[in-house]
Design a protein. Structure first.
Ligand SMILES: [Fe+2]
Ligand SMILES: [Fe+2]
Length: 242
């Protein structure tokens, strides 16, 4: 469905973004079962396939939520009178998140399993819930905290997958990693735009949003190279690390 809407948008078949409120939570299928984060098993990447399947399944769940997050930012903040470039950017992000979900689904199929076969962590939408009232909060927490965190941890996962010769899974994560630098850059671009509209100092506004909506300190080490490639300056987030 995401690919259909992306294609329709790019063909100019959608002229108006409308003004209806999306649901607070995206609808979910009966499978996978949802569990509290503390009840999720730990994943180990080794020669056995169980840990890798669990990892790929968990990332597929993150990507499914990322598809919904992209559509949610498009649909929810229409009162901000956003320019058409905002929709171009986030529709592009939605398309890439759908591609990520599909690539992971293909890897899961290679292991004889599929998304939905294992329980998933139910906390992923919490950040979206908490920031549903304010676009600048959503931008601070979704792309500029959670997706940026993905940049910190993904290279280590790729290296571990390569170390057990799972080059196919490593290649999927490498595609995701590359695209996610662009998503953080997109988040940064629109964070700066909204900050300017509201006459806010952007670094201070970011730090205030993180303190307000993300209660724990950020977790170093940060991937400053990838974050820099996304135009995300270290002096915004380093003071928030523990
Ligand atoms: Fe993604
Ligand atoms: Fe993303």
């Amino acid at each position: 469905m995401t690919h259909e809407v992306v294609a329709a948008w790019r063909a100019g078949d959608i002229q108006d973004t409308g003004r209806s409120q999306p649901p607070l939570r995206p609808p979910r299928a009966a499978q996978p079962a949802l569990r509290a984060p503390r009840d999720m098993p730990r994943r180990r990447i080794n020669k056995g396939t169980a840990g890798r399947i669990a990892l790929l399944h968990a990332i597929a769940h993150i990507e499914l939520n990322a598809i919904d997050l992209a559509w949610d930012i498009i649909a929810r903040f229409t009162d901000d009178d956003l320019p058409v470039a905002f929709y171009d950017d986030w529709i592009g992000v939605a398309g890439e998140e759908a591609k990520h979900f599909q690539l992971l689904s293909e890897r899961l199929a290679g292991f004889g399993t599929r998304y939905g076969d294992f329980p998933v962590h139910d906390g992923l939408w919490d950040a979206a819930d908490q920031t549903c009232g304010d676009l600048i909060a959503r931008l601070a927490i979704a792309p500029l905290l959670l997706e940026a965190r993905g940049l910190d941890v993904t290279p280590g996962m790729i290296a571990k997958l390569e170390s057990v010769d799972d080059t196919d899974s490593a290649a999927v994560l490498a595609i995701i990693y590359h695209d996610e630098i662009g998503h953080v850059a997109t988040g940064m671009r629109w964070f700066l735009w909204v900050a300017e509209q509201r006459s806010l100092a952007p670094k201070a506004a970011y730090q205030e949003m993180v303190k307000r909506y993300f209660k724990s300190p950020l977790k170093p080490p940060f991937n400053t190279d990838a974050r820099e490639a996304a135009n995300f300056p270290a002096d915004w987030y380093e003071p928030l690390g523990r």
